[in-house]
Design a protein around this ligand. Structure first.
Ligand SMILES: N[C@@H](CCC(=O)N[C@@H](CS)C(=O)NCC(=O)O)C(=O)O
Length: 207
């Protein structure tokens, strides 16, 4: 299998972490969505990451669809999203809050990093910021039990936090949300997270 995408993408990183936690081996294709745009569109017609190229040549796109496929491969006992009931609903709700926060922070990041300064729209950035803060506060208000089995809600939330701290760090100063800091500390200590640590935020270039 080949995972396509760099780990400064929280969506790619959550797939990489999940692959490792579930015991899959994979190669890593680190082409950039910006610098390698034309090449990337031959893998995913949307020119986005992550993609997962399976051993039979099939290419899966979109982290949610890839993670669902991984869960199907390992079966309900090991799946990272519970297969039913209240537990599944609550896990999906947390994932929705974390990935929604990623999307809003990404909106700010792209506005700042890709768009020329005179085209930036401060009202739009402020709106994204309000939405991201809403997502963070809602996640932080939920109970997080440090002894709970690590599932996709924890993985996606930890990847979201690392991404926020790379892209718009003032949104998430240490100690603002103690519960979320605990999620991050617990996850980032694990080998699957350490091996996928996005050391630097790769500023998109238009190359
Ligand atoms: N819903 C998609 C979102 C993927 C996504 O936003 N990927 C970003 C990188 S984190 C990307 O490819 N950005 C480039 C673009 O959209 O043009 C998923 O979960 O995979």
């Amino acid at each position: 299998m080949i995972l396509v995408g760099q780990y400064d993408s929280p969506y790619t990183r959550r797939v990489a972490v999940s692959l490792r936690l579930l015991g899959f081996t994979f190669d890593h294709d680190t082409r950039s969505v910006f610098a390698d745009f034309d090449s990337m569109r031959t893998t995913n017609p949307l020119g986005r990451i992550p993609s997962l190229v399976l051993d039979d040549g099939t290419t899966l796109i979109d982290s949610g669809a890839i993670l669902d496929w991984l869960d199907q491969q390992v079966g309900p006992q090991r799946a990272l999203v519970p297969s039913g009931g209240l537990e599944r609903r609550e896990t999906l709700q947390r994932i929705a809050l974390a990935s929604g926060t990623i999307d809003k922070v990404m909106g700010i990041g792209y506005e700042r990093l890709v768009r020329p300064e005179h085209y930036r729209w401060p009202d739009w950035i402020a709106r994204c910021r309000t939405q991201a803060e809403g997502g963070l506060a809602a996640l932080a208000s939920l109970p997080w039990d440090v002894d709970q089995r690590l599932d996709q809600a924890w993985i996606t939330t930890a990847c979201m936090m690392r991404y926020v701290r790379l892209a718009v760090p003032d949104l998430l100063p240490r100690d603002r949300y103690a519960a979320l800091d605990m999620v991050s500390v617990r996850c980032e200590a694990l080998p699957a997270f350490r091996e996928t640590w996005p050391a630097d935020y790769v500023v998109p270039s238009k190359g």
